[in-house]
Design a protein around this ligand. Structure first.
Ligand code: KG4
Ligand code: ZN
Length: 341
């Protein structure tokens, strides 16, 4: 095999149209992201049909920009990678169709990447020393997993959410507080002005699955609290609610992540996904890992949210294992970390 494998990666699973050029899974030559947040925030969330249309408009210029910024042409590219799930079906299909057409017309291999694996692999682009085995906490808008990365592309799920994903809970609570979309960063900011012990929101434990998460009860508890304050005419301190809610989520996540490390005897823990950019979560995990001599890895804030460099990184490890996709590749909106849900 050549010394350097250069991959052009495409990501369009939700509301970011992104393309990147990545060498050997670790070196990011370009990482172009066209975010549609400003369009969707008018509606309080992502409108799938609008997302697909915007991806169609943006995908070609974004790919061109990624190649240009990386100072490469399609001739220099060894493989084309694309996110095929999970995500919004129409949005995914734009990327998948575009990647298939490019791969076919250039005669390059096509690599299908799971978006959740992409989030995990974001760590590889910024931490050269991070190699499996390690533990990972994936907290995104659609998924919450605790998993062991036993080898590249090999995952063992230790815990998952039974209902809402962590990011979903942040977004729903932010909406109830009238903070707008996307809610996570807004709660993160407001919580800094609040008292995390002001309201004692519940932390759910699942009796037969102690490593699983449940956030819907917490979300309902916040909504009930807001309603009862409204009925009693009590003034709501939004910053206190945001801080108390955030602490309940972060406590649940931190406790389980540390327990996984202890149970499995892991000395390396990485975090991934949009919620991994939460400042309180990062601080909490960093402190708890430091107390136990667990090496803690977190991607930069940009690398936590959706981008294509993380897809290019995950794709490299599939490429070296010979895992290429056929032209019959389809979008799989309900893909989980280790298969369909
Ligand atoms: O990983 P991501 O970009 O998209 C998915 O693959 O789902 O995650 C988006 C989620 C949203 O729910 C957003 O509110 C949340 O990540 N998020 C945050 C923060 N930044 C983004 N949640 C909490 N605190 C943040 N700072
Ligand atoms: Zn994502």
């Amino acid at each position: 095999m050549k010394d350097n494998i250069t991959i052009l990666a495409i990501e369009s699973s939700c509301d970011e149209t992104a393309a990147a050029v990545v060498v050997n899974g670790r070196e990011v030559l370009s990482n172009v992201i066209n975010s549609q947040i400003d369009i969707h925030k008018t509606y309080g969330g992502v409108v799938p049909e609008i997302a697909s249309r915007k991806h169609i408009e943006n995908i070609d210029p974004v790919i061109r920009a990624a190649l240009e910024e990386a100072k490469v042409t399609l001739d220099d590219i060894d493989a084309i990678a694309v996110t095929y799930g999970p995500g919004l079906v129409g949005a995914l299909l734009v990327g998948v169709a575009h990647a298939k057409a490019l791969a076919f017309s250039c005669g390059k291999p096509l690599i299908a990447v799971n978006h959740i694996e992409g989030h995990i692999s974001a760590n590889f682009t910024e931490h050269n020393d991070l190699e499996p085995p390690f533990g990972v906490l994936v907290v995104s808008g659609g998924h919450t997993y605790l998993a062991m990365v036993n080898d590249y592309c090999e995952y063992e799920i230790i815990g998952r959410t039974r209902d809402d994903a962590a990011g979903e809970a942040f977004d729903k609570v932010a909406r109830a507080l009238g903070l707008g979309y996307p809610g996570g960063p807004k709660i993160d900011k407001l919580a800094k002005e609040g008292d995390p012990d002001a309201v004692d929101f519940p932390r759910a434990n699942i009796a037969d699955a102690p490593m699983d998460f449940s956030f819907s009860g917490l979300k309902s508890a916040v909504l009930n609290y807001l309603n009862s304050c409204g009925m009693q005419g009590t003034e709501i301190n939004k910053a206190d609610v945001a801080a108390s809610f955030q602490k309940a989520v972060v406590d649940a996540i931190t406790d389980r992540a540390i327990k996984m490390c202890e149970d499995k005897g892991i000395t390396k823990l990485a975090i991934a996904g949009g919620v991994a950019s939460n400042s309180y979560l990062r601080e909490s995990l960093e402190n708890e890992c430091a107390k136990r001599n667990i090496k803690y890895y977190s991607p930069s804030v940009l690398m936590c949210t959706d981008n294509a460099a993380m897809i290019g990184s995950a794709a490299f490890y599939k490429y070296i294992k010979g895992e290429t996709a056929g032209y019959d590749l389809n979008a799989v909106p309900g893909l989980g970390l280790t298969g369909t849900r």
